[in-house]
Design a protein around this ligand. Structure first.
Ligand SMILES: [Fe+2]
Length: 228
């Protein structure tokens, strides 16, 4: 992705949050320059756990079609005494027709919610022991506590207000229809280094082309704090 696209995506994400009257924590408003003026010793948890903005095209190079805007609000760290919090929370912003590709989590159970906007559409299917997509095994999930069954790859439509609980090793792919969707994730601790498995090659974080100066640091870029 180009830096200009990332700067723009985060500007837009702030505007959308405002439209939905979602108030964000202080660190969501820190530009790279504002971070440099902060007492960093007080912000250890945010920096160490990489809370903050996360813009990705999943390495596919077409953010409008395959991509996601995330803001990690809360997280913990596995087997950590410093950060024992066992849960995580993220805001997700999904553009109309923008998809998050097929993936599952090895350990993380997550609830994905539609907090407003259009329809959040999701396909589901179990991973086999070899991490392939199981074309035969029926999927049973809970949508707001209601048991629902789906054929592998069948589409679940989450209307605004609805949310689904996704257990580990359940492949999922989602996108927004009709309009932009403000999504939300409530989950066990998030570990993007080891816990994600994507069905197709691509990856979790984009390669960035620095075409303009950095306005907003992504959550995995805090080590660039002193780089102008
Ligand atoms: Fe996921």
């Amino acid at each position: 992705m180009k830096r200009s696209q990332i700067n723009y995506a985060i500007d837009k994400a702030h505007a959308i949050a405002e439209t939905f009257r979602v108030c964000l924590p202080e660190f969501a408003f820190f530009t790279a320059d504002a971070w440099r003026k902060q007492p960093l010793e007080e912000w250890g948890e945010v920096l160490d756990l990489q809370l903050g903005w996360d813009i990705t095209d999943f390495g596919r190079g077409d953010f409008g079609k395959v991509g996601l805007t995330l803001l990690t609000l809360r997280n913990g760290a596995l087997n950590s005494t410093a950060y024992p919090k066992p849960y995580a929370e993220k805001m997700l912003q999904i553009q109309q027709e923008q998809q998050t590709p097929w993936h599952f989590h090895r350990h993380k159970m997550e609830d994905i919610l539609n907090r407003g906007g259009g329809d959040l559409c999701m396909q589901l299917g179990w991973a086999t022991n070899e991490a392939l997509f199981d074309e035969r095994r029926t999927v049973e999930v809970r949508v707001d506590g209601r048991r629902r069954t789906f054929k592998p790859g069948e589409t679940l439509v989450l209307k605004p207000g609805q949310g689904v609980c996704l257990p580990p090793r359940l492949y999922h792919r989602f996108w927004a229809e009709k309009a932009f969707v403000l999504g939300w994730e409530i989950s066990m601790v998030n570990d993007d280094k080891c816990d994600n498995h994507f069905l197709e090659p691509g990856g979790r974080f984009p390669a960035i082309e620095e075409d303009v100066p950095v306005k907003w640091l992504l959550c995995n870029e805090y080590n660039r704090m002193n780089v102008k």
